[in-house]
Ligand binder design. Sequence first.
Ligand SMILES: [Zn+2]
Ligand SMILES: [Zn+2]
Length: 297
Amino acid sequence: MLEELAPGIYFVEGENRGRYPFSNSLLLKGRNLTALIDTGIGPERARELAKEEKVDLLLVSHGHEDHFCQNRLFEGAKVLCHREDAPAVRSVKRLEALYGCPNEEIGNGMMEFLIGMFDLGDSRVDVELEGGEVLDLGGLEVEVLHTPGHSSGHCCFWIPSERLLFLADIDLTSFGPWYGCVDSDIDQFLSSLKRVKELPVEVAVTSHKGVVRGREEIREKLEEYGKKIEEREKRLLAFLEEERTLKEIVDAALIYGRFPEPQVFYRLFERMMVEKHLRRMEERGEVVRTERGFRRA
Ligand SMILES: [Zn+2]
Ligand SMILES: [Zn+2]
């Protein structure tokens, strides 16, 4: 189950190769402390890992269900998470609120989905991070990088001695950046991408797309990934040659292409993401609001 990437650093692949609703983890064994980044590898794998390893620190990359759902299996571990995302880790209700469900019925459905699919419960956070902390595990140092955008408290973890970066949900998937929660922010996402691109990364570990090696390869992948944001706005602008209502824009699935099941949630994410684009484009004077909806300026 463990793949050693560097001395004391192990990639732990999530079920179904870490695709949502699972995610990949990283196990860091220093001389004094063992840390685990995220616990979304799947219930069986997490149980096995909890049995085999004494984890001292649980680093939660961010407060989304697929990254901290098995925290409770690591009872003795101290849980660390950025302070902006700590409330969602501590309370499923707070997480549900971040999805911005438009009515109680969808909100209840989301709660059921989070609890049923992930067996999610309220989790502990013992230490709230700010970003910039350096955790010394004994001969192995990990720096916390606050990289908001996907969520407001999203963090990457940088191991300078190995030039290894845990990118979390800057996940380099072909889908591209995801910013479908109330606290997600496109401009912050772009700044975070710029920041990680400046690091001399030789090994990048993502939450949903495995390990990428080689500085050039990583740079290219990050570049390609970030470009999706621009491409989405181009598609949106083309679609707004004609006046469209928000519903028509969401129905066109310009970001998702096709909504997976349960569609009601993916439509919600599409809407949240589209609205963030529309606001940006309106500010830039590319789109205007009309009585019915929106059109190209
Ligand atoms: Zn996430
Ligand atoms: Zn994720």
